[in-house]
Design a protein. Structure first.
Length: 392
């Protein structure tokens, strides 16, 4: 029986109809995540298309039709068509000529099955005709979708040897779409785990963030450690940290807090700032991500004693991370905005203290007492100032 893509909102966009008219319905197919997710009744976020046309032809035809394009991955055959209601990545059909585990040398093809054969998983190799919405399934992807099974196309080891990042993608896709582990795939991932060391650290860091952002990756992370995969990308993470991630996810759910990849990354690291700094450098994380991991790594057993004081000292985001990882109630800082300290150095100078370090020290002491007393009103701050000046 022939399968068809449901008529989701995105399949009926006028912009896509114009693109199909421009390139020809028989020379373009919707492919990958948009097809997979629509078949699962999920919302499709990114629309990808495959085409028989060469990139230059795609650009020329789109230009003639008034469709703006960007050659986002021209060396690999990808052109992005720009539309107000969402861009479309259009990639010329390809086949692999040579691979080294990090990048592939490709040749353009005219056959849909050639293109499907170089993809990673069967559920990602589904092609939908843009007008009839008939699905071409070359490797049993529809059956795998129905069975909630993530399976490599062909031999799992061969697919991984073509691109070692597919090990991490397997765990992410199984977490999102699978219902159990494919025996051949997990064995291949375990056997080839050391090849992950040869990958770009940015790619590893990004893939780990994508995994950790899923609703509940805790069982997957534990599985990766049992198979020896996690040790290759995050050797700092031990069994204690894996268990800590599970408790964090439970705490997020209990407080109805959205998943956050960096918070979960912090839970997978010991509370040692130099470790957080080293991991940030190795995975090429941004400065803000590094600062966040470093802040969470400075967590203390006393953090839960004064949640608002903690949020005032380190910022609400870091305080929330630290409280959740410690299993402490974060409710007192949710929706709370830290007050402004109601005292300026000039007021201390006006009371007879000479300008300089002494003014800063008095301000710091009063501010600390103000925070410890849970941010009392201005009248109490004036009393604290009187006490500090009297003690000089």
């Amino acid at each position: 029986m022939t399968a068809h893509l449901p008529k989701a909102e995105w399949t009926q966009r006028a912009s896509l109809a114009k693109l199909v008219e421009t390139l020809g319905a028989d020379d373009i197919r919707w492919v990958g995540g948009c097809v997979r997710d629509t078949m699962l009744d999920y919302r499709a976020h990114d629309i990808d298309a495959a085409t028989r046309h060469l990139p230059a032809t795609v650009i020329d035809r789109c230009k003639d039709a008034g469709i703006r394009t960007i050659p986002t991955g021209i060396d690999h055959g990808t052109v992005t068509a720009i539309f107000d209601d969402g861009n479309v990545e259009i990639t010329t059909l390809r086949r692999d000529v040579a691979t080294d585990g990090r990048r592939a040398t490709i040749a353009f093809s005219h056959e849909w099955k050639d293109d499907a054969a170089r993809r990673d998983f069967t559920i990602n190799a589904l092609y939908a005709h843009p007008e009839t919405l008939e699905i071409s399934d070359y490797f049993g992807g529809l059956a795998d979708l129905s069975a909630r099974r993530v399976r490599f196309i062909g031999d799992a080891k061969t697919r991984i040897q073509e691109d070692h990042l597919r090990i991490l993608r397997y765990f992410r896709f199984t977490t999102r779409f699978g219902d159990g582990w494919d025996e051949e795939a997990t064995a291949a991932c375990s056997a080839l785990a050391p090849t992950l060391k040869g990958l770009s650290r940015e790619r590893v860091g990004w893939e780990m963030q994508n995994l950790l952002a899923l609703p509940d990756p805790s069982a997957t992370i534990a599985k990766m450690r049992a198979l020896g995969v996690l040790q290759e990308v995050l050797p700092e993470c031990g069994r204690r940290e894996v268990d800590q991630l599970g408790r964090l996810i439970e705490a997020e759910r209990a407080s109805d807090i959205e998943p956050d990849a960096m918070r979960r990354m912090a839970a997978l690291l010991p509370a040692v700032p130099p470790v957080a700094e080293a991991v940030s450098a190795r995975l090429r994380l941004s400065r803000s991500q590094r600062d966040r991991l470093m802040c969470v790594a400075r967590r203390d057993a006393r953090d839960g004693d004064r949640p608002r004081g903690l949020a005032y000292d380190v910022g609400k985001d870091c305080a929330l991370d630290r409280l959740l990882i410690a299993g402490k109630d974060p409710s007192s800082i949710l929706g709370w905005e830290a007050p402004r300290f109601p005292l300026k150095g000039g007021e201390i100078v006006a009371r007879g203290v000479g300008k300089g370090p002494e003014v800063a020290r008095i301000l710091q002491r009063i501010e600390k007492r103000w925070v410890d007393e849970q941010f009392p009103p201005r009248t109490r701050v004036e009393e604290l100032l009187d006490e500090e000046l009297a003690a000089r």
